[in-house]
Design a protein around this ligand. Structure first.
Ligand code: HPA
Ligand code: ZN
Length: 349
């Protein structure tokens, strides 16, 4: 843990301390991507599922990815240990405990129902387990949350429609739909009708775009899916007109630096475009994506990115405010969190 250092007449607050105390939200987190190897083994034992690894170290050693697909192959395999409602509850609570310690106050978490229903796990099992964990986290840790149902884009649109129909009894407990999995070759246009149907049901819309896919996929997410947020969006920077559009619309980008490093979207954290995004007027936020696989939860994404890019306190505060103004929280809740951030900054001087 980083400590404050003595500088003569006062104890200076380190960036890590400042970041931990700063109220913040996480808007890009795949709950299945928070499955730590220890829990993977425990659930494998509980459910009688053999894993192709003998030790936790062997699992971690397998987490060397050259691209998104390398990661997805191992991520879907890991999710195979999740069978019972209790498993989904335990997964969620393990994540919430970690992120509460990082000063996270609110999470809009992605889940991939098709990864489970295609293995014979009922949609209700996934939902009830996650919702139980979310209620417990709010009660015991003071972390609020909502759910974003992601369609797997490597599957077809009919399968997405089936999933949306399964969600019908739970629509009051789902805040939006998203689009994840293998990006290249599966453009947003493939899902235009199911996104329109979700919007008609009052759901918010987000989509992964521009992680590995070209700027054209970001344009499609805006113009054909009519999304409320773009997940990642790194490659939007290759297109000046697109940057202008995103900035003018105040479109939130949920950026994930340690994920980008692990999946070779950037070669070095020092090359990460987050600081440039802010300078261009883009409404960027900082998130962990799949923290068990990418080497860090929300706090590590903040501290390591701040150190690598030399983010100022002002930039950190902007990122924290963006995480709430870009959230799907009600207006009053957002205003309360912004006031908390201002009070915190005033308090630490
Ligand atoms: N990208 C796309 N799909 C995903 C990811 C990701 O980082 N994590 C889980 N599904
Ligand atoms: Zn993601």
């Amino acid at each position: 843990m980083t400590r404050g250092c003595f500088t003569g007449d006062h104890i200076a607050m380190t960036d890590a301390d400042f970041i931990r105390g700063l109220p913040k939200a996480e808007l890009h987190l795949h709950i299945e991507g928070s499955l730590e190897p220890e829990l993977m083994f425990e659930l494998g034992r509980r459910n009688g599922i053999d894993l192709p690894f003998k030790t936790v170290d062997e699992v971690r050693a397998a987490y060397a990815f050259s691209n998104l697909q390398d990661f997805l192959d191992i991520y879907y395999q890991g999710a195979g240990v999740l069978i019972a409602e209790q498993d989904f509850h335990d997964l969620a609570m393990a994540y919430f405990r970690r992120v509460a310690a990082d000063g996270c106050k609110h999470v809009e978490l992605f889940f991939d129902p098709q990864t489970h229903t295609d293995r014979g796990v009922a949609f209700a099992t996934v939902m009830d387990g996650l919702l139980a964990g979310m209620a417990e986290a709010e009660r015991d840790l003071g972390v609020t949350s909502s759910l974003i149902l992601c369609f797997l884009r490597h599957l077809d649109e009919d399968a997405a429609f089936v999933t949306l129909a399964q969600a019908e009894p739970y629509l009051d407990r789902i805040s939006g739909v998203g689009l994840d999995s293998s990006e290249v070759g599966h453009p947003p246009s493939k899902f235009a009708r199911v996104f329109a149907a979700a919007k008609a049901k009052g759901l918010k819309l987000v989509a992964h775009a521009g992680e590995e896919g070209p700027p054209a996929y970001v344009w499609e997410a805006l113009d054909l899916l009519h999304v409320d947020r773009i997940d990642h969006g790194n490659r939007a920077l290759e297109d000046e007109a697109l940057v202008k559009r995103l900035a003018a619309e105040g479109m939130t980008l949920t950026v994930c630096p340690l994920s980008n490093l692990k999946l070779c979207v950037v070669e070095d954290l020092k090359d990460h475009p987050l600081k440039r995004m802010l300078a261009l007027g883009l409404k960027a936020t900082l998130n962990s994506d799949d923290p068990a696989y990418f080497g860090g939860y929300l706090g590590a994404n903040w501290t390591e990115t701040a150190a690598a890019l030399g983010l100022s306190r002002g930039e950190l505060v902007t990122l924290a405010k963006n995480s709430f103004t870009g959230s799907f929280l009600p207006r009053e809740a957002v205003a309360a969190r912004l006031a908390e951030i201002d009070a915190y900054v005033a308090g630490v001087g």
